[in-house]
Design a protein around this ligand. Sequence first.
Ligand SMILES: [Zn+2]
Length: 595
Amino acid sequence: MKEVNRMGRIPESVIEEIKHAVDIVEIIGRSVKLKSAGRNYLGLCPFHNEKTPSFTISPDKGIFHCFGCGEGGDVISFVMKHRNMSYPEAIRFLAQEAGIRIEGDAESDKSFERRKRFYEINSLAGRYYFSELYQSAEALAYLKRRGISPNTAKKFGLGYAPRDWDGLLKAMEKEKVAPEELATLGLVIANKQKGYFDRFRHRIMFPILNRSGKIIGFGGRALGDDPAKYLNSPESELFHKGQHLYALNFLENKEMKILLVEGYMDVISLHQHDLPFAVASLGTALTQEQAILLAKYKKEIYICYDSDKAGILAAKRAIEVFREIDCTPQIMRLEQGMDPDDFIRHYGKEAFQKAMDNALLPVEFELSLNKEGLNFNLPKDRILYLEKAKRLFIKINRKLIRDEYIKRFAKEMDLDEETFKNEVESLMGRKVRKNIPMRKKERKRELKAGLEEDVLRYAMESRAIFDKIKGYFTQDILKKDEAMELADFITCLYDEKDRQKINMDEIIEHYRLRGEMSAIIDSIARKREREKGVPEKAVDEMIMRFNRAVLEGKKQHLLCEIELLSDAQMEEEEKKRLMKELLTKMHQLDIELKI
Ligand SMILES: [Zn+2]
């Protein structure tokens, strides 16, 4: 109780700031494997045992809910339940995640100071390694051999950890850093017999920075014959391998691309060749959290892994991780046995960009892999390839795209397109039938959501209709982000003076790589095909529907306010008065809605 009172002093605005600063998907995604489902995410509930997912997160609303056991709430209640924390503990935990200091809260001050100290120590260690680099002819020679310029080395803060067992220990002693502190960050290792000794020895050092440019850990590459070629800092309070990417701190807004590679050296080499959007995961396979993080930038994602067996396997896994969150990367294939660093040093920037232009979509990539080693003169090989291709095509949810692939594939393999398409679809039919209850539910939801699609479909039909209805491109009508985005794009297209209508193909082409847009675009395309044209009367009817939807929106707002008010802690008389006001408004709305 005392705790709660003490926390009661934390202004509501700070709690709001914290909730705003943390990402509920990121926080929950650390412990629950998530799948994208439209605007929401779906996963197996961490609070009860289940085999099919009924746990949902709505990032827009900032809440989670489990339809299986009924657990639900905001990010704070998730942390409380999942980590078994009290309310103040959860607030402090999230504040720390967001790097927000809760003024006047002793606990928060303490943890803030501790982290500040850790960053300071990492920065001192980074400076030590950096200065050691220029003392070591061997380390400098290595960088030179790898083609890394002094400027690039400086940009990435590269350093060298000498061979000594206590080089860092001694240097840090002068800076008044205790061995225990270094051990907490994994920079030194505590040993019962030998005491403390340096973790990184005779290695090129790569400081790993978070997005705000602070060192959270280090990677070290062995210069000698240490069997561990790469060594990373262990997990610590600052360093969580699965949640960061190397060089993400350099990614600028103006870049439209992200290039995901495997190694630190690849990243550095690409940056040096003026491709400053290369990043790498930190010595692990791509995690779901990293994929979510990358997808949030809403840029085109390219995967360029090493062109060997391990690299291809890693790329296939990464594709699956992205697929789960409905994100479509493009995959580059380099010459056999090459990594991005080899490639760009050998062929240069232009050739690399050309390889980016030739990057494959996931299906194309897998088709090209399936083809390897087959001889199409042998019926057996040919049939094997066709069967594998069918199984790839059924994974494509969007009919338009699937049909396009089938068309091209049939042509390439000299097949009858219709027959092949039927075979793919009957294979799908077998899969789909299992899920009929779900499909029915989806269809119902689609009917309700039909208004958004109609608005956009009508707006595309002609400039005259667009002018009539564009005033309704508001959040009340276009509730989905995707619908709003599409409305913006349509408005942009009509900015061209002579433009009279908008073709479906333009929309499809523009959003080709944006998986999250596919549901709404497909549904518009289907309706357009079904109902050719838009009669005048329909437009007027639609405007009436709009007005109604605006009123409905107001009603929803009112209902929320009433709910909030009934939970609010305030004087009873005042509460009654406000409630009466709200109910009167509600009554008026109901009358308007009946007309
Ligand atoms: Zn549950």
